[in-house]
Design a protein around this ligand. Structure first.
Ligand SMILES: [Zn+2]
Length: 321
């Protein structure tokens, strides 16, 4: 059996079945999509194993529909990363259990349940923040800091976060702080799909270039619009304060690079300690790490006695399973 990183992660089962996860052009016998972020969605019209909400979001966010199917060898469990995100537990005919996390977060927050790692033989985990310096303050204190800043800031605020994930939490936090909340059509398409599937409502108005911003207004903008010149112009015209939200905000350079007035470590990923806890809970014989600090995290796990290695694109790794 083999775990490879080619176009997405490919797991070959003992009977030759190829399970392909989060590929751009998935060609496996079983194709899985963990969540509806752009770097995990396939191109074109596809039928994949995913949650109903990921299929709806994939359809809303792309030109062509994403259809959903199931497979008896694949169990999807909440990954806690964004609305609809799932980790895949794949059972080989020989009994070996694999878990592919996709992007993952073990902290329950807002309307998301944190990921609970299943007991598996082989774990393929993301390691975006897989180094000891990436430890986030607890979620409640981050939320309290954001609330304090929103409440204390009278001028309009521009809040930047990914269209799926951070943007929804920011709309809820700004509303709770008493702001009049605006967002773009792209974010509203994501809101609509989430509202259809989860018990949550986003109280928000449409924002466009004509919108006149005044005291107490908050605009939630997708991270993709963080073009510095455009933001500076908008912030200047509206007399607005800007804030960025990301796990990278644990490092002060995040605020300076984004030229934000404020930055908060609000993340949809595990931090280093949570990743360590996830691996301990899964108790695997073999760990593969990918993304971000994959190398450093595999080294750390090896020093802790795990059989761990980072999995790089187009490098074939022959596992023990
Ligand atoms: Zn993601």
């Amino acid at each position: 059996m083999t775990v490879r990183y080619r176009d997405g992660i490919e797991i070959e089962l003992s009977d030759g079945t190829r399970v392909v996860c989060d590929a751009d052009d998935p060609d496996g016998d079983v194709n899985i999509v963990s969540h509806a972020h752009g770097d995990h969605l396939p191109t074109g019209e596809r039928t994949v194993v995913c949650s109903a909400l990921t299929a709806a979001l994939g359809t809303a966010r792309r030109e062509e529909p994403l259809h959903r199917t199931t497979d008896e060898r694949v169990e999807l469990v909440p990954a806690g990363h964004v609305a609809g995100s799932r980790a895949a537990v794949i059972t080989d005919p020989d009994g070996t259990r694999y878990c592919y996390t996709g992007d993952v977060c073990t902290r329950s927050r807002c309307y998301l349940d944190g990921f609970e790692a299943p007991d598996v033989d082989v774990l393929v985990t993301e390691a975006t923040y897989g180094e000891p310096e990436y430890v986030f303050p607890d979620h409640d204190s981050v939320v309290a800091d954001i609330d304090e800043w929103l409440t204390a800031t009278e001028e309009p605020v521009l809040l930047f976060g990914y269209a799926l994930g951070r943007a929804q939490k920011l709309q809820l936090l700004a509303d709770r702080a008493g702001k009049q909340v605006y967002t773009t059509d792209a974010v509203q398409r994501v809101n609509d799909a989430i509202e259809d599937h989860l018990d949550v409502r986003f109280p928000v108005d449409s924002y466009d270039e004509e919108t006149d911003l005044t005291t107490g207004d908050a605009v939630v903008l997708p991270m993709t619009t963080t073009r510095i010149d455009w933001i500076e112009q908008l912030a200047e015209n509206a007399g607005a304060a800007t804030a960025g939200f990301s796990g990278w905000a644990v490092d002060s350079s995040f605020r300076f690079r984004g030229n934000f007035d404020a930055a908060f470590p609000l993340s949809d990923h595990c931090d280093f300690e949570e990743l360590c806890g996830l691996v301990a809970a899964a108790d695997p014989e073999q760990v593969y790490t990918q993304h971000g600090s994959g190398d450093a995290f595999a080294e750390h796990l090896t020093s802790e006695g795990y059989d761990a290695r980072t999995i790089k694109q187009n490098q074939t790794t022959l596992g023990d399973f």
